[in-house]
Design a protein. Sequence first.
Lengths: 260, 342
Amino acid sequence: MSDPDRGGFFIGWSNKLPDRLGLFLVQAAAVLVAGLAGAAFAIGVTQNDPGDGAFRFDLGRQTITGVLQAEPYPVLHVTESERYPAGHAIMLSGQGKRGVQDRAAPLDGQLVVASGVILTRGPLDMLQVRGGDQGLIAAEAAPDANAVPPGVPVPVPLGRWRLTGEICDGKCYAGAMRPGQGLSHRACANLCLTGGVPPVFVATDTVDGQAFFLIAGPDGGPVTDRILDHTAMLVEVEGQIERRGDLLVFRIDPATLEVL
Amino acid sequence: MSVLYTPVQWNRNKFLYDGVLLAGVVAYILVFLQVAPLFVDATRPVDGAILRMRAFGTCAFLMLTLILCIGPLARLDRRFLPLLYNRRHFGVLTCVVAATHALQVLGWYYAFSPTPRLEALLSANTSFGQVLGFPFEVFGIFALLVLTLMAVTSHDFWLSFLTAPVWKALHLLVYPAYAAVVAHMALGYLQDAKNPAFALLAGGGALTVAGLHLAARRRDRAARGAADWVTVGRPAEIADGRARIVSLGGDERVAVFRYDGRLSAVSNACAHQNGPLGEGRIVDGCITCPWHGFQYRPADGCSPAPFTERIPTYRLKLDGDTVLVHRTANPPGTPVEPLAIP
């Protein structure tokens, strides 16, 4: 078809652009590109600080000796380590979104040697236990046959508390993902928790100087299945808090969970 | 317009259109991923995968917002009509950007788990009974499915194969999809963001889409009569080579064209994509659609050979110096003697 003088009327298949539209369309194109770039900057520069959690690959593989407590979730109470003081509690997870309950249960209460990569966020430490048989093994017997083997710390009750905060999976919160909390991360958190990663409660206030707690059920056992509807958002919950070494355990009553 | 179903009928305008689009998307992604992080005062950087899912997700939302603004903008100001010409490429690119966002999410939040990714996507969060914590991913899945369906059926082959009413109804799903995207963000990322920048952009975008559609609808609203013959106006009120659009009630509109001292009336909806023919012109003696340049003879509503598109025609008569149009449409392609202007 021919391409007559159209008085500024645009026809797409015609390769001629009406003069009066040319400048307008150039301006529109410039506004589009500049506007998208400006929007990207405005959104990109105003993202939340994801915190200081991270995998500490820079420290290399850590080998830590301690007493293993399998319930509610595997925790290592350090007895010997180049990096951590005796008595420090380190939560344990497996590779990816997996826990180590199946490997920890037979060793509950025993002195073990755990090795893997550390994740750290503030006072929270988690060891991603390496795969295979050597990641979590019973320690060799002490040379002194009369020595008293160390045991798990005796729980020290700190009373009943009602706390506000967020239920997170301990691994992503510790730095496996940045950010590893919030509603965007909720499905990931639930996958981690159902895979066996220990859940932690990140409170808006402190108890005995700490703002994060390992979560347990009212009986001190695992509670994963009862918290999945309340992860990754601000909630209020009641429960007993007890200290086990330098780790605070929040034995929550799931019936008191309330979304804020 | 074409009688051949070639994949894309490239021309200079389409190259320019797509070039500007690509430049905008590349600028957005580069600034988000490479420039903005340099200005962020964070303890440690956001994970690369999470940064990418945010970049592509927000980009797709803004692109969809722009796409939905083009239609009403073109009705309010004709200078925007060229933006409508290649809008389907805009839609396909938006689908690609949204799919990239989804792949980033699947490859990060749903990876590294004993549960397969797609199974995890549907099972990790099942709190359907609550607002906060609602599995907002389902809104994103719905929107992506709609965008994909639209992209796949965007070619004229599907328009012909499905018929225009079915095709149009299918592509109107873009509005529920947009609402789903807004819900996807409102129940997800926006709940976490402490800075209101994106909330303002997202809210402003959604309000702009709604406001422009309302403004265009108000402008289009015309007086509706119940008689068989509906008043068009005096012939002198219609510019030569142009049309007056008359509402017949409901969504039915007729375009009355003046050309060569005569008047002819056809449906206002182009057979191609329901483009507003009455906003077009007479070019080469044919009504020419402002959206994609499809053409029809005014006297019978048929496209000139070798094209085969047809649209309904209407009867006209004069009552004194007032032109009237009969509200009953003739079957598409029915010849009607043009009304001579006295």
